[in-house]
Design a protein around this ligand. Structure first.
Ligand code: SF4
Length: 302
């Protein structure tokens, strides 16, 4: 209780808002002003009148918020909350790949550092990846860094997709056998999985959707049971927003340790000590913002 009161007090003092990703701990989601996907939260930061944004997510998300909100202070409560998939690519390695395919456009999933976005032609989210790829004049696309999302897009476009060999270690833990066991136990359930899952898992799904896409789909579906293939944090919002419907995790192992680092105590510390301020060098910020803006022009897609 002390923590909730203290956070309320600090938010007022610092004119701050708290943004939490759908994969955050339940208590962090509950204290947040907005809960959503990474890019949606960054946009919330743009429209809010707050001076300080506490971004409860991982490094690249807070960086995107800083790219879009240069005049605001963006805080990442836990500096060690870093996405391993975003770390599977560097600006230099992307530049070298581009040299091998001079005719290709580079499409960069938002789960990347700002320095990689700055080297890309356009960004995409898991919701609008197909739309973004199809919006480009080039027929060859270097798609970074998630190979599973790249393969999912490749199956639904005529363009040639050159997939970077990165992946999300958390979504990678979901195996086809896990989904088959859950389907056997819950034969009436619809299977909804995130496109960061392996292709042999997405092949078993009724729908392949982003986190916000899963939330929207469940609300309008007539089904009462769902098998969910993504990070377990999403089940908190699914249960909260859909009383009466039942949700079963494809496997209990999909816990992203990086997403779970932010706690109520670290939010308090972030606001008290102004830690950890996310800043992006201005030349990189401008180029990264251009790639994000182009994505918005192509359409959000969800
Ligand atoms: S769930 Fe996967 S993509 Fe998201 S932060 Fe964790 S490791 Fe990165």
């Amino acid at each position: 209780m002390y923590e909730l009161e203290r956070i309320k007090q600090l938010k007022k003092e610092r004119k701050a808002i708290i943004l939490a990703h759908n994969y955050q701990r339940a208590e962090v989601q509950d204290v947040a002003d907005f809960v959503g996907d990474s890019f949606g939260l960054s946009q919330k930061a743009v429209t809010s009148g707050a001076e300080v944004i506490v971004f409860c997510g991982v490094d690249f998300m807070a960086e995107s918020a800083a790219v879009l909100n240069p005049e605001k202070t963006v805080l990442l409560p836990e500096l060690a909350a870093q996405c391993p998939m975003a770390a599977m690519i560097t600006p230099l390695s992307l530049r070298l790949e581009r040299e091998k395919h001079p005719e290709a456009a580079v499409v960069c999933y938002v789960n990347t550092p700002a320095s990689v976005k700055a080297e890309s032609d356009i960004c995409c989210t898991s919701a609008n990846a197909i739309k973004v790829v199809n919006s480009l004049p080039q027929n060859e696309i270097i798609f970074v860094p998630d190979r599973n999302l790249a393969l999912y897009v490749a199956a639904q476009t005529d363009k040639k997709i050159i997939a970077w060999d990165g992946y999300c270690p958390t979504h990678h833990l979901i195996l086809p056998g896990d989904v088959l066991i859950e389907k056997e136990e819950h034969p009436d359930a619809e299977v909804l999985v995130h496109p960061e899952c392996r292709p042999d898992v997405t092949a078993l799904a009724d729908k392949v959707l982003s986190t916000e896409g899963i939330l929207r789909y469940v609300k309008q579906s007539g089904s009462m049971e769902f098998i969910i293939g993504t990070e377990l944090g999403l089940l908190h919002r699914l249960n909260k927003e859909n009383p009466g419907k039942k949700f079963f995790a494809a496997t209990k192992y999909t816990v992203c340790p990086n997403m779970k680092m932010n706690t109520l105590a670290s939010i308090i510390r972030a606001l008290e000590k102004n830690e950890h301020v996310m800043s992006v060098p201005e030349d990189i910020r401008i180029k990264a913002k251009r790639a994000l803006d182009r994505m918005l022009e192509a359409g959000r897609g969800d």
